[in-house]
Design a protein. Sequence first.
Lengths: 491, 296
Amino acid sequence: MEFIKTRFNYLFGSTKGLILVAVAMIAIITAVWGMLSGPMAEMGVREVVVKTLGMDLVQAEREGRIIILYHSIAMAIIAIEVYMITSLLKMKPFFKIAINILITVGYITTMIFGMGFAYFGHNWAFHGLYIAGLTLIFFTGVLLVIALWPWNPEYYIEDEEYSRTKKGLNLERTAFFATAVTTVLSALFGAVPGSFYGNGFETFLAENIIRMPHKTVLEYSIIGHLHIMLALIAIMLTLIVGRWLNFRGIWHKLAMPLMILGTIVLNLGVWGVVTPLQPIAHMIIYVGATPSMLAALFLLIWSWGMLIRTGTAHLEKPTFGQKLSALVRDPLKFGPTWQMLFMNFTTSGIGIFMAVRLDEIFRVWPAREERIELTGHWHVLSAIIATIILMYYGDMIGLKGKIRQWYGWGLIVLSDIAFGAVTVFEMKRLFITEAEQQPLVNRLMYLMDFGLATLLLLLAIVLFWRLIDLFKSKGRWTEETDQELAEEVMQ
Amino acid sequence: MKKNILIFGLVGLFLVACGPVDLNAPIPTFETGVDPNSWVKVPAGEFYSGQHEHIESTTAYEIMVTNVTVNQYADFLNAALADGSIKFVDNEIVGFYPGDEFHGYEHEEEIRAGDWIFIPVDDPSQRVKFDGETFTPQSGYENHPMTMVSWFGAWGYCGYYGTRLPTEMEWEKAARGTDTRPFPWGEEIARENANFYSSRDPFEDMSNFGSRTSPVGFYNGKKYGDFQTLDSVSPYGLYDMAGNVWQWTGNVYEDMHYRFMRGGSKDTYEIDLRVWVRNNATPTYFSPGVGFRCVR
């Protein structure tokens, strides 16, 4: 009994344990449900999985199933971010405990009962529990907003190294707060239409109605919701990475006000799509996205500079090669901002290019081609977010030496091969005809599958190692039970 | 560093190693026994439309049992070129279209009255060959669906024979009948039901040219060589209402210039073969995976 109790306390009572559980849950969902589409379906693996697990896949319900799948994964990602925030930022112990408990119960309920409802017959009690899980997560968001309230003098800072007002208001905490507030409000833009469509009305995937000239307010709301939630998860993760690396100095002072401004304006633009401002909503979104992306760029500049400085501190006049070597020495510290930079080629750049040349190029092609670009674009963004989380996770579980190098570079190289291949796949019509594309498509598919499958294998090895560790009486888990991320922030 | 160069080099080599695609690779020929000149009557009445099963209705109409074939389209081109209904201009066959109402709505493009492309003549994927005077079907493709035809080219063909493109509702009713099935033949889809992406039919080679069209009416329960098909006829007796080629439909909707296609194709996964799935493109778009049939 003691054996189970101590492990349970670690897995559900400590930050690192909670993150491990969520990572494992996502890994299982990704591994199993990844076999239902794409090349796995082509190879006949899907039929085996469906039969083995007794899934009930009604053709007309595919879109609804996918929406629940996305939400199940997204809630676990949000839970991981919340665990990181409660462990990195100061807050009252009551809030920390309440937030972690509620979000854990929320995302696990969402995931288990949502997936149960979507893929294993329609037990409506499961659907109710799925909604209850989402509601708990929403409530957790409200609690987090309260816990992060930055105008409490207790959280004021005096250190000039960090972005602050004259009175001492911590602007980084304010950025966390702004992101949390806007996330909670933006969730409503999904919850309201979700309540409508979820009650047996006409569920749809946004990518299937992109070209319809007249959309209802609820349809716009869904489109706005899915865009902003992913953006907010990315913004929150950027702030988390900044805190993990102890982002400070002039770049921090420049970045945080931009982050706050960008987040608020970006959200106003997205919310605007359901108001008469809809025609100019995209312009407001661009205005908001620019400072947010600039803030991320400042984090990159600072972190690369910091890695170079600390890596060459022992050298009097480091050469370019030595600086480069210092920059890439630790893939887990270099990786997050590299992935943010890489994102510009696979996500932001593609998105901007599409927006600029939409009618001239992309809307001449069939809607299905545009759908491939859109879904590829945000799948890559989601996966980049996942890799950054896994880098932080690798650091927090104390990977060292060769294992750290293999894990870190594995994450970077394998994911970037896959994401690069996805990007070329999305844009292939720019340089190859439908009739001639197959060999290229095959090779791109091999690259994507190689990258993602090997990445999942790498993750599986780490998770297996962590599973074995749990059976040891003095395993690594015993040290992690009381560790907080704030204590491990780079000095 | 050397290791990185090696990795990137291998990746680069991997990408550029794509061999050329033989667009005129020999294609197996099969006689399906389904007459592309046959029509079936769809009675007036209500049916379940779309994924969410709205009740809609149509008047009675007749619809082609198969997609228009390469042979049929070549005959049309010869007749229409001879009587001046179409013209050969800059390696394209063009014909007159009276234009659409234009409201200048967001993303809407104006479709003016004038000559619009029916088919490209010099595209290597074009299965109707033109020697400067006469159009002839490419050998082996005679009974395959006509592809590389724009919406104008499909509209022009049907109009030339006093018929028209089906509306989306007519197309869907013809595919589905009056029950709620997702596929023309029933609830589930197997590789032997239709020509879709990587369905392992005798016409595809995924290592080279990928999927190719199959003869119209191919999935009729017959065995072709080693390949046993399932009879995948729709409730009203139509073939290829799922897979093989997307099919242009005739609706012209207000505030947009896009034309809609139904049925999925040889290039799409089976989810796009569900009867309610819509695809759309500009009316000038043509592709090896888009064809049509007519109603009257």
